[in-house]
Design a protein around this ligand. Structure first.
Ligand SMILES: [Zn+2]
Length: 404
């Protein structure tokens, strides 16, 4: 709840002009600076100075150690890495005037969430306190930053405004079977499971008052370069559904679990492997290859720079991954970045979910069971609605395509 209030206040441009950081060693006031994109930022050196820690720049990363915990912030990209997980931020860390700045959100939301027994943020007082700090000053000195926003617009039972539309993309189809489905029932391939789950997601979203456009509803092949085009005018977001697999090698059936990707240059060897595998469908589309001669990394990176929806995609991916975690019987493999062609052509927030491994017996059973598919579909639909709801809270807009 604190996180939501703080996010709403930030979205409304009511971020505090300064926060105080209270520890057993004393209280420090840190001025909040407005970044290039209007996002509130804190000087990293002042924050680590107050909390005890270090900051240094290494390549394109700001390495920040707080409470003996290493955080890595991608400079210019709205992400941080902690515990080998890449997590989205409301704004990127940046170097301004030779000083490293971190998004205010790191102090007001991330630290209190990760270390709830150590840090507490009071949005009304704009005060981050460490366990053992003296009590806050009397209320008269406080600055109120909580937004009081009234919104009488009629809402759906799910809490979101009516009028949303999303595109669901069941991966592969037609002559492109996707992966062969080692532990699926005989004759069932990736393309069949993605379609089954995709149709269930449509049903669940429609039940929640969200309109759905499908890239396919039957066993047909849609060119990779065309799939994203299904999400342009009036479309809020694009969700591509896939099933993972590993090539035969010793122990390959042990890997299992789910991961959610948003577009970026693939960061790990495994993310590169998954991107190669999904991009490989291009070989089924002779015409498309000719139409997209620059289908390689250059194309993706160029597009990435133009992709104003990267941050929203990352937030959506985090929400989807969290919700899958509640229903999936396999491992949570995290939110990842990779260069999927299918995502480069979407002109809206776009993510790709790998719902499990067909090369793992337990995942194979879960993915092809009616109950498993329904649970996945409900989790995905709930995640989409939660993301849309969050988006509306942050922007006051029913439309995630609004000009920004
Ligand atoms: Zn696939």
């Amino acid at each position: 709840m604190i996180a939501l209030i703080a996010a709403a206040a930030i979205a409304l441009g009511r971020a505090p002009t300064a926060i105080s950081v209270a520890t057993a060693r004393g209280e420090t006031t840190i001025e909040v600076r407005t970044g290039p994109a209007g996002a509130p930022l804190l000087p990293a050196s002042a924050l680590v100075g107050a909390l005890g820690g270090t900051v240094r720049v290494s390549g394109s990363w700001a390495e920040v150690d707080i409470a003996r915990q290493p955080f890595r912030f991608l400079l210019g990209g709205p992400f941080y890495r902690y515990n080998n997980r890449l997590q989205p931020l409301a704004a990127p860390a940046a170097i301004l005037d030779d000083t490293v700045y971190l998004p205010l959100q790191f102090a007001t939301e991330v630290l209190p969430r990760l270390f709830a027994d150590r840090y507490r943020y009071d949005p009304a007082a704009a005060r981050l306190s460490e366990a053992g700090a003296p009590p806050p000053p009397p209320p008269a000195e406080r600055v109120t930053v909580v937004a009081d926003r009234r919104d009488d617009r009629p809402r759906l039972p799910s809490g979101i405004l009516p009028g949303h539309m999303v595109t669901i993309d069941p991966g592969h189809g037609g002559v492109d079977p996707g992966n062969p489905g080692l532990f699926f029932p005989r004759g069932v391939r990736e393309k069949d499971v993605t379609l089954q789950v995709g149709l269930l997601v449509r049903e669940e979203l429609q039940r929640r008052g969200v309109a759905v456009r499908m890239t396919r509803t039957t066993d047909t092949l849609i060119a990779l370069g065309d799939r994203g085009g299904y999400c342009s005018e009036g479309c809020d977001l694009f969700l591509s559904i896939h099933i993972n697999s590993l090539p035969k090698r010793p122990g390959y059936t042990a890997a299992r679990g789910f991961e959610t990707y948003f577009l970026a240059e693939a960061k790990t060897e495994d993310a590169r492997r998954v991107a190669r595998m999904e991009n490989d469908a291009v070989r089924f589309e002779t015409e498309t290859v000719a139409a997209h001669p620059a289908g390689g990394l250059d194309f993706i990176l160029k597009d990435l720079q133009l992709n104003e929806h990267l941050r929203e995609s990352a937030l959506l991916a985090a929400r989807v991954q969290d919700n899958l975690d509640r229903v999936h019987t396999g491992t949570n493999r995290g939110v990842k970045q990779a260069g999927f062609m299918v995502l480069t052509t979407a002109r809206r927030p776009a993510i790709l979910a790998e719902l499990g491994y067909s090369t793992n017996p337990e995942d194979g059973r879960f993915l092809t069971s009616a109950a498993g598919q329904r649970r996945l579909a409900v989790a995905l639909a709930d995640a989409v609605v939660a993301y849309l709801h969050e988006y509306e809270r942050r922007t006051g807009s029913p439309d995630s395509t609004g000009a920004r």
